[in-house]
Ligand binder design. Structure first.
Ligand SMILES: Nc1ncnc2c1ncn2[C@@H]1O[C@H](COP(=O)(O)OP(=O)(O)OP(=O)(O)O)[C@@H](O)[C@H]1O
Ligand SMILES: [Mg+2]
Length: 282
């Protein structure tokens, strides 16, 4: 179980007028994630999703608050806990001059795996993510979907019990996205706890046991995807109002949704569609 208690991260920041101040990226976030759960963190750009993952994986130090894995404090047991954590970063960060196989080899060595174990595990993972054919290709040659699958294989090399995935399917076509979803479900069936961030509501709905919604660093909602749909409604009408983008949720689909008289140019969409699809209907 992962316990996050009043986790806060502030970054130094210069205001418009040039004075030094702090920007709060994550603000008093408290969550409890069960073992074996697929947990989703949803939120707009700049909400604090990546910063949260970076704190949970020891890539950045919290300003305050606590993180405990199975009762152990992350900051004081960092070295032990590194072996149970795997990370799929938001941005591809392979060694660009190495092949697919060499990138995995490098990572396995960093985890102090012996040669026989490395070879076996790399072959197993390449089969798992269906990349065996390109083992000797330079990583630059891979398509976006292949790179994402290689990031997942690399994160799994040391058999982590908890996998953090920062927007694992961003910018992928629907077919590749679904293939990665199948992989994520398979990992959860294999007993891995998955903590993922996403902008896609449909991704959260399809994969996650529970979803937390973050806005400006603050937790604004936490529930199962089914309960969100039940409470909010399955369909969304989205429009540009005087105070920016506004939304109204409906339980049933309607041909002509009734909107306040002052509202113009509504965008009718299903709440399970990705944001990009909603915008393309505009
Ligand atoms: N190293 C840093 N230094 C200063 N500010 C930072 C740093 N990293 C993140 N921030 C700020 O913290 C806030 C949260 O950023 P973060 O990357 O966590 O958001 P996000 O939810 O992952 O967004 P996105 O969906 O765009 O990936 C933003 O305002 C960002 O500018
Ligand atoms: Mg991010």
């Amino acid at each position: 179980m992962i316990i996050i208690d009043r986790l806060t991260k502030k970054f130094p920041h210069k205001t418009k007028t040039g004075t030094n101040s702090d920007k709060t990226a994550v603000d008093q976030l408290s969550l409890a994630i069960e073992s074996g759960e697929i947990f989703g963190l949803l939120g707009p750009n700049g909400a604090g999703k990546t910063t949260t993952i970076r704190m949970l994986t020891m890539q950045t130090r919290p300003t305050s608050g606590e993180i405990r894995y199975a009762g152990k404090d992350l900051l004081s047991h960092g070295q032990d806990l590194k072996s149970v954590i795997g990370v799929v970063p938001q941005h591809v960060n392979f060694d660009q001059d190495l092949t697919v196989g060499e990138n995995l080899e490098l990572h396995a060595r960093l985890h102090h795996m012996g040669q026989a174990e490395r070879q076996k595990r790399i072959q197993e993972l390449l089969d798992y993510v269906e990349l065996s054919e390109v083992v000797n290709d330079g990583v630059r040659r891979l398509s976006g979907g292949m790179k994402r699958r290689l990031l997942i294989a690399r994160a799994l090399i040391h058999r982590p019990r908890i996998l953090f995935m920062d927007e694992p399917t961003v910018a992928l076509d629907p077919q590749v996205r679904r293939r990665i979803w199948t992989l994520i479900r398979q990992m959860a069936r294999d007993g891995v706890t998955v903590f993922l961030t996403t902008h896609y509501i449909e991704e959260a709905e399809s994969l996650c046991d529970r979803v937390a919604i973050l806005n400006k660093g603050r937790l604004v909602a936490l529930d199962t995807p089914a309960n969100f749909c039940e409470h909010l409604g399955r369909f969304t009408v989205e429009w540009d109002g005087p105070d920016g983008r506004e939304y109204r949720f409906f339980r049933k689909s309607m041909r002509r949704p009734r909107l306040p008289a002052s509202r113009s140019r509504p965008v009718v969409s299903s709440s399970v569609r990705p944001i990009s699809r909603m915008l393309s209907l505009n």
